[in-house]
Design a protein. Structure first.
Length: 102
């Protein structure tokens, strides 16, 4: 039997979970919880295009697939850190450092 939560979630051809008719990936909602500690109600305030039902469905999908999504979050973080370390300082960061802002 399919759960009601899945009515709001679709999986694309690459295996990525999306909130149906919202152009929002499930992992984006999960990151709001992980990064900001937001409640579903706060997520709904921040993302007015998502219903509370869609947000709860995304979180239910996450808890059903937590290991895989946590691995993807870690992979994205490592990729960003690698790119950041390779990029070095930008001109604006150097200027802000000289001004004592960093």
């Amino acid at each position: 039997m399919e759960t009601a939560a899945l009515e709001h979630i679709v999986i694309d051809e690459h295996g990525v979970a999306w909130i149906q008719a919202a152009n929002t990936k499930v992992i984006e909602v999960v990151l709001d919880k992980v990064a900001h500690g937001w409640s579903p109600e706060e997520m709904a305030r921040q993302h007015s295009h998502l219903s509370l039902a869609q947000i709860h469905a995304a979180m239910a999908y996450y808890y059903d697939h937590q290991a895989a999504l946590d691995d993807e979050i870690e992979r994205r973080y490592q990729t960003a850190e690698t790119l950041r370390s390779k990029a070095g300082d930008s001109p604006i960061r150097r200027k802000l450092r000289l001004l004592g802002k960093l």
